[in-house]
Ligand binder design. Structure first.
Ligand code: PAF
Length: 289
């Protein structure tokens, strides 16, 4: 069956109603398009668990802190639709900005301390914009389960808290990061890298792996781990490490000592492209339940 492209909220509600009446579980994959194998994995996971799969494609202006970044964000509608069709998506919801925001919204979700560190520190208003659009999309699609990539670990933590704080009856499922053969995490932003930048880009993952090796080996001082990991980023004028932090994976607050599971996350500018990535690390004595 080919995916149905829907551009209005009213039509989406009408199309999702029969699935709901037949008690098909609705699986939802929110995206900003420029779909790649990481998105494909989210969609496949949704397909394997749910009777009806909805993918949204919407470049959300509210979560961009820079106008040039919003403008430059890749838009690849035709190939996105092809991928959705090939993966058996039932509905692609691709509204225009005016459909989602007919006027300047006056109610926004405030994210609090979950947004104080990592990307939240460098992208003012970003997580408020993400949480606001995701809340709107949940209201529109009313999914049973929504699927988000673990590459955006802080975003995933914010969404998990959003559904808890607002009692939204949606199960949130995190899906593991898909990587290139050399370890670079797949991202729509990778399209902005030229060949030389692509070669340099993997140094972020190298730094994160260095941190993980130290932590699993017993290192407990975050400052020392961060310094050693950051040293893995080559001195090159095209590279600028925006942050490399070690935080607790639920509250996204920096840890003073590494005594349990931690999230090591970084953001690296490669030329004019900003990449993020993270790894989860367990110290030797820690057994996850
Ligand atoms: O991860 C993304 O692509 C976006 O932040 C999301 C969740 C679709 C909200 O716009």
């Amino acid at each position: 069956m080919s995916a149905l492209l829907i551009e209005t909220i009213a039509e989406l509600r009408g199309q999702a109603a029969p699935a709901r009446r037949s008690e098909l579980a609705i699986g939802f994959v929110p995206t900003m398009g420029a779909l790649h194998a990481g998105h494909a994995r989210l969609i496949e996971r949704a397909r394997s668990q749910c009777g009806c799969v909805v993918v949204s494609i919407f470049v959300n202006p509210l979560q961009f802190d820079r106008a040039d970044d919003l403008e430059r964000y890749p838009r690849t509608r035709a190939s996105d639709l092809d991928l959705c069709r090939s993966l058996g998506v039932d509905i692609v919801f691709a509204p225009a900005v005016g459909e989602m925001y007919p006027g300047e919204p006056s109610c926004l979700v405030q994210v609090g301390r979950l947004g104080d560190h990592l990307c939240g520190r460098f992208r003012p208003g970003h997580f408020s914009g993400v949480a606001t659009v995701v809340l709107k999309l949940f209201e529109i699609v009313q999914p049973d389960t929504a699927f988000f990539g673990e590459k955006d670990a802080q975003q995933l933590a914010v969404i998990r808290r959003l559904v808890r704080d607002f009692n939204i009856p949606v199960h949130i499922e995190g899906v593991e990061t898909v990587r290139e053969a050399d370890g670079l995490a797949l991202s729509s932003r990778n399209r902005g890298l030229n060949l030389e930048e692509r070669r340099l880009a993997v140094s972020l993952y190298d730094a994160l792996c260095d941190a993980r090796e130290r932590i699993t080996g017993g290192a407990s001082d975050p400052a020392a781990v961060k310094a050693a990991a950051a040293a893995r980023i080559p001195a090159d004028e095209r590279l600028r490490l925006e942050y490399l932090e070690i935080v607790d994976p639920v509250e996204i607050q920096p840890v003073e000592t590494i005594a349990g599971r931690v999230l090591v996350a970084g953001a690296l500018w490669v030329g004019s492209t900003r990449l993020i990535d993270n790894v989860i690390c367990d110290p030797p004595a820690h057994h996850s339940t």
